[in-house]
Design a binder for this molecule. Structure first.
Ligand code: 8YV
Length: 325
């Protein structure tokens, strides 16, 4: 039935996802290498496709929709974030967007806690010291970091992931949770005893500051030098959202000047971050290669959801995980 109907994937999909698409008889064009499909290949291969499976590093803009032609029904992104998709162009071209919310909340919240602990307890310097022989005598003041008990956590973007981070860190002893975002969420007073504050109050009063927000015009580079300067000297800043919420030069300067105690980043600008970037030289900055959702459980489910979204759209059924935009 579906012979000749094409689905394009910008990455090599998990085997289970490939099988499901091929069993349905769709022609699956995927980039065969361990990298992402180059843009010129995407613009060529997308012509006549009905479905596109993509990731955050693919820019899905007007040009892509135009290259696809009128047959494109769905863009199915293997992510909860959708800042890489031009929603206006999607609407103009009558293309639905499928995404993968919820199933990566736990994985990403766990990794946010990991980075917060790593930065707070000077893990990078500790690992280096252990591996290089810099570890000699025990000293009472060596590699001392900060603990959570009685401290304030500031969450920028307290959606699903931000709330999961706050409840985890409360179990570590966090006393007060403050948040800033698009709007106040009164129900969070009940569930997390969390208070809505201004961005300036959040940065000035928090000991741990986590960015879990979407990248939007309001959050773009909201963490700039001025914001870091406003933070406490003992503040730990963690970003598992998008590199674009940080003015990275401002962060480098703030860390070099010890305006804050440390940072943990799972996201940077650009990605991958060049290995000679000054952030890598700083002992008080831990960097991971955007692995927030990288658990077997989350990624398998994300892969399934992605295919569910494509198959539903191609069968003209309701898309199960559709982005309402
Ligand atoms: C994805 C993410 O792994 O879901 C998101 O928004 O940032 C990660 O979980 C990444 O986007 C790959 O598409």
């Amino acid at each position: 039935v579906s012979a000749g109907r094409k689905v394009v994937a910008t990455r090599k999909l998990l085997p289970a996802s490939q099988e499901r698409l091929e069993q349905q008889g769709f022609e699956l064009i995927q980039w065969p290498k361990d990298s992402s499909m180059p843009r010129d290949t995407l613009l060529k291969d997308i012509k006549g496709a009905e479905g596109l499976i993509c990731m955050l590093s693919d820019k899905i803009d007007k040009q892509v929709f135009e290259a696809a032609g009128p047959g494109l029904k769905v863009v199915s992104t293997m992510s909860v974030g959708y800042d890489h998709i031009d929603l206006k162009a999607a609407k103009e071209n009558n293309v639905k967007i499928g995404y993968t919310p919820d199933v990566l909340t736990d994985a990403t919240a766990d990794l946010t806690v990991l980075l917060t602990l790593a930065a707070a307890r000077k893990m990078k310097s500790g690992v280096r010291a252990a591996e290089t022989g810099e570890w000699r005598e025990w000293r009472p003041d060596w590699l001392c970091g900060y603990q959570f008990k009685g401290k304030t956590l500031g969450v920028v973007g307290i959606g699903r992931i931000g709330q999961a981070v706050a409840s985890r860190l409360k179990a570590f002893g966090i006393d007060r949770v403050v948040y800033w975002g698009r709007s106040e969420k009164p129900e969070l007073k009940e569930s997390l005893n969390a208070d809505f504050v201004s961005f300036d109050e959040l940065t000035a009063s928090s000991d741990f500051i986590v960015a879990c927000c979407a990248l939007t015009p309001e959050t773009k580079e909201v963490f700039n030098y001025k914001a870091f300067k406003n933070m406490k000297k003992n503040a730990i800043f963690v970003n598992t959202a998008r590199g674009g919420v940080v003015d990275q030069d401002g962060l480098v300067k703030a860390l070099q000047e010890n305006l804050i105690a440390g940072a943990g980043l799972d996201v940077t600008t650009p990605e991958p971050l060049p290995t000679d970037h000054p952030l890598f030289k700083l002992g008080n900055c831990v960097i991971l290669p955007h692995i927030g959702s990288a658990t077997i459980e989350a990624r398998e489910t994300m892969g399934d959801m992605c295919v569910d979204n494509v198959l539903a759209a191609l069968e003209d059924k309701e898309i199960p995980f559709v982005l309402k935009y």
